[in-house]
Design a protein around this ligand. Sequence first.
Ligand code: NAD
Length: 267
Amino acid sequence: MSAPTPPGPHDLSVSLDLGGRTALVTGAAGGIGRACALRLAAAGAEVRALDRDADGLAALARRAEGLRGTVETRTLDLTDLDAAESAAAGTDVLVNNAGLQLVRPIQEFPPQAFHTVLTVMLEAPFRLIRGALPHMYARGWGRIVNISSVHGIRASAYKSAYVAAKHGLEGLSKTAALEGAPHGVTSVCVNPGYVRTPLVERQLADQAAAHGLPEDRVLSEVMLREAAIRRLAEPEEVAEAVAYLCSPHASFITGTSVALDGGWTAH
Ligand code: NAD
């Protein structure tokens, strides 16, 4: 008897068709959010790209021309929580991505900055989920992808607000998963290690000061110290995982956290 023919690549490939779906991506003007907006639009989604950076959004809109789906931009500061909640109405897919970082020891961490980080990275996601759920529940389908971080699972010194917000986001995401399950709504965290984005470039100087190191040693001696794969991830690698989690194939993945961290959390 001859051996069975192994399946070819076509039989195994996953099609990411988000035609007919509306997707809201926050923090879409740069870095990971921009890559997610472009990836979801390439899969056919009608993307609503939200950010406080109007110039970055205009550049995104130009880049999105010609994709299968569309990208509609809206300038909004997520500290306006009521506006954030109403912006999420009517969306099938919600990618909570917007974020910011400040690197300081706790005793020097400005309380107002702590408050802002928690507002943008935890309270706004709650309000966006709250705004999105009625439509998702009415359709019996929805995808919530929360861009967390390795810092949703691990702490690093000098990042109290960021680590606190990401740990909170993990809890919010799990709760949304439990409540959303009977309505066909999944909620998942994606946990990147360090990704090549402006957020990382901006923190090199702060990390150097906090750790007492020259800036050119921060990448290898602080940021990539724990990773098995010692390079930065690219935003497109994160966007590909996000697109998969938004697809019909990911309907059983909920209430969990997907690490894209080059082996950091294997320790
Ligand atoms: P980035 O700075 O390139 O992009 C963040 C975007 O959020 C910016 O466009 C910014 O304008 C927007 N934003 C910030 N505050 C806002 C507000 N108040 N209202 C509206 N928009 C606001 O950063 P990034 O690296 O692409 O980060 C995106 C997400 O990924 C963040 O949640 C971050 O914590 C997470 N993350 C990043 C890394 C990394 O290494 N870059 C690693 C793990 C997780």
